[in-house]
Design a protein around this ligand. Structure first.
Ligand SMILES: Nc1ncnc2c1ncn2[C@@H]1O[C@H](COP(=O)(O)OP(=O)(O)OP(=O)(O)O)[C@@H](O)[C@H]1O
Ligand SMILES: CC(=O)N[C@H]1[C@@H]2OC[C@@H](O2)[C@@H](O)[C@@H]1O[C@H](C)C(=O)O
Length: 369
């Protein structure tokens, strides 16, 4: 059993994330007491096979039933394989795969059973991070902000900074590092900015059989269709006040807006849609951040990064600039959050998810064997 009251012991936690891009599992070790990041450890990535990806894709939007069950099996076996390759983990933070997310409707659904993983890996597993937040009136996402706060402390940020994650969906966390705890008034503000890489991937898969726009090459050869971009920005989501969150496929009309365009112009326009939704979202920050630290796969896309630099009023850099690993930040976040859950510390607050009170979301499953 974890020693729940021993607040200062550093725990070696292993986190795993399977994101909305459906490309694979990221896994990373973090040593932490649930407050301070003591050390970042080893990390790895396991790509899904084409067959696994098909099963996951077919399950999107399913809350239960055979598609969701097949996806859960893929998630559990891929995670058992990748997490079993680490030595010395005392606790696992397992996000699972989001299949559907409707915080103001049916709730939120991540598949993959934490108890099954606890048995197969013989390590306690924290999972189902989002349900408690949604049940208390929250968005259930984003959950990385409490970890972003710890990261800002870790690299000794002095002024407010923003973390911008560009995965399948984009999310932004504004952090005031002068506050002592993430739940303090004014320490954080977070929300999903809009679609990020997922629609670009879907476009290029459908039109060219590519998994993604590597290096932004297709977009670089195109021209942004400003009419389509303006129509897209009229979506009600962008004028909603944060906290707010999205499901992967919440903007199906994006594909219609670019249907008549060439592949290059469509990719350029979708890339611009991602950047413009971030720019629109920045207006919600309590003060302009001293810089935007970009994490997630989108930071590898120079066209997207350049569009952000042109449209934001502050420096835009990859999180590597402050010594963090932008390919692993989400996996590290779930390692960190697992320790917080095990220690009874909150993982979200009204400013990050709109939840009514501080909540420590997550179920702890102990191995029984
Ligand atoms: N070299 C690259 N050039 C362009 N785009 C890239 C590159 N590398 C990664 N990407 C984009 O980043 C995506 C993966 O990002 P990431 O791993 O952050 O997503 P995720 O974790 O699945 O998503 P989320 O944060 O929404 O859960 C890829 O699907 C691709 O679209
Ligand atoms: C419901 C869900 O899985 N949301 C993801 C998704 O991917 C990016 C964005 O949308 C973010 O809100 C969240 O993931 C990150 C890890 C988070 O909770 O912070």
């Amino acid at each position: 059993m974890m020693q729940a009251n021993n607040r200062h012991r550093i725990i070696r936690a292993l986190g795993a994330m399977s994101g909305t891009s459906l490309d694979g599992v990221d896994a990373a070790m973090v040593e932490t007491d649930g407050l301070t990041i003591h050390r970042f450890g080893e990390s790895t990535y396991r790509a899904y096979s084409q067959q696994e990806q098909k099963v996951l894709e077919a399950a999107l939007g399913h809350w239960s039933g055979p598609e969701a069950e097949a996806a859960a099996e893929v998630i559990e076996s891929a995670h058992t394989e990748v997490l079993g390759s680490f030595q010395g983990a005392e606790l696992i933070g397992f996000h699972g795969q989001t299949l559907a997310h409707e915080p103001r409707g049916r709730g939120t659904c991540q598949v993959g059973d934490g108890q099954t993983l606890a048995e197969s890996l013989a390590v306690p597993v924290v999972w189902d991070f989002r349900t408690a937040d949604v049940e208390l009136g929250g968005e259930g996402a984003p959950l990385a902000p409490f970890f972003h706060f710890a990261c800002a402390k870790w690299f000794h940020a002095k002024d407010p900074v923003a973390f911008l994650n560009l995965g399948g969906v984009g999310n932004l966390t504004w952090v005031d590092p002068s506050k002592s705890a993430p739940e303090d008034d004014g320490a954080l503000l977070a929300f999903d900015t809009g679609p990020a890489n997922a629609p670009i991937n879907d476009l290029l898969r459908a039109r060219r059989g590519l998994n993604f726009d590597e290096g932004g090459k297709v977009a670089a050869a195109g021209t942004v269709a400003t009419g389509a971009l303006e129509l897209f920005l009229q979506e009600a989501y962008f004028s909603r006040m944060p906290p707010k969150s999205l499901d992967r496929n919440d903007f199906p009309e994006m594909m219609d807006l670019v249907r008549e365009l060439s592949d290059e112009d469509a990719a350029a326009t979708m890339t611009a849609m991602c950047a413009a939704s971030v720019a629109q979202g920045m207006a919600h920050c309590p003060t302009p951040p001293s810089r935007v630290l970009v994490t997630g796969g989108g930071r590898h896309n120079p066209v997207l990064m350049e569009m952000l630099r042109v449209s934001l009023d502050c420096p835009v850099v990859a999180v590597e600039d402050v010594g963090l690993d932008g390919d692993m930040l989400e996996a590290q976040a779930f390692a960190y959050l697992a320790v917080r859950v095990a220690r009874g510390l909150p993982t979200s607050c009204p400013a990050t998810t709109g939840v009514m009170a501080l909540v420590g979301g997550g179920t702890v499953s102990e191995p029984t064997g």
